[in-house]
Ligand binder design. Structure first.
Ligand code: ZN
Length: 188
């Protein structure tokens, strides 16, 4: 018999709970975005520095700027492209997250005193990671590049659509305290 619990167990074997668990598998996540964030938190995303370490003969340059080696920290954090997207959301929320990958993942467990902002920041973080990785692959495979403004617009559309049903499900709270009200007040 098919067992969801067993499938879950084989995908995510129980071990000591890692520090970033709650900031990746939070309630209200977007599954495909959380999946990339999970792979990335385990340092398993195939950035060029890792491929080279495995002995593959690939160029080392970052596909976004061509001026630095492609590493996880560079691609998702240090380079202006990713930083600019993330800055859009952190400025709106008036928060200043840590600069290193692991520190930021832990910080995302509780990035604000407002729980709506916490959820929105975690969603924005995972969405930007997902779309930056997609952008990187689009440059590699299709030779197509898109400006950060387009990615920010896409993230905003995704989050607005995602927060709508989540807000409707918040029956126990005052309607002007909903996720969507926080979204329109601060981020849109
Ligand atoms: Zn770069």
């Amino acid at each position: 018999m098919f067992s969801t619990a067993r499938t879950w167990e084989s995908l995510f074997p129980t071990g000591p709970k890692v520090a970033w668990f709650a900031s990746v598998w939070f309630k209200g996540r977007i599954p495909k975005h959380a999946f990339i964030a999970w792979i990335n938190s385990r340092n398993r995303i195939h950035t060029r520095d890792r491929l080279i370490r495995w002995g593959l003969n690939v160029p080392s340059a970052c596909l976004l700027c061509n001026a630095h080696d492609e590493t996880r920290q560079h691609l998702f954090f240090d380079y202006g492209y990713s930083a600019e997207i993330w800055l859009y959301f952190t400025l709106k929320a008036q928060v200043s997250p840590p600069l290193l990958f692991d520190d930021r993942t832990i910080w995302l467990k509780n990035p604000s005193r407002d729980r709506n902002i916490c959820l929105i920041l975690r969603l924005a973080y995972q969405a930007s990671m997902y779309l930056v990785w997609k952008e990187r692959n689009s440059r590699l495979h299709n030779n197509m590049s898109h400006p950060t403004s387009l990615l920010i617009t896409q993230i905003k559309q995704i989050l607005r659509c995602h927060l709508d049903p989540l807000s409707r499900a918040q029956r126990h709270i005052d309607p002007d305290q909903s996720f969507l009200v926080t979204w329109f007040r601060l981020f849109d």
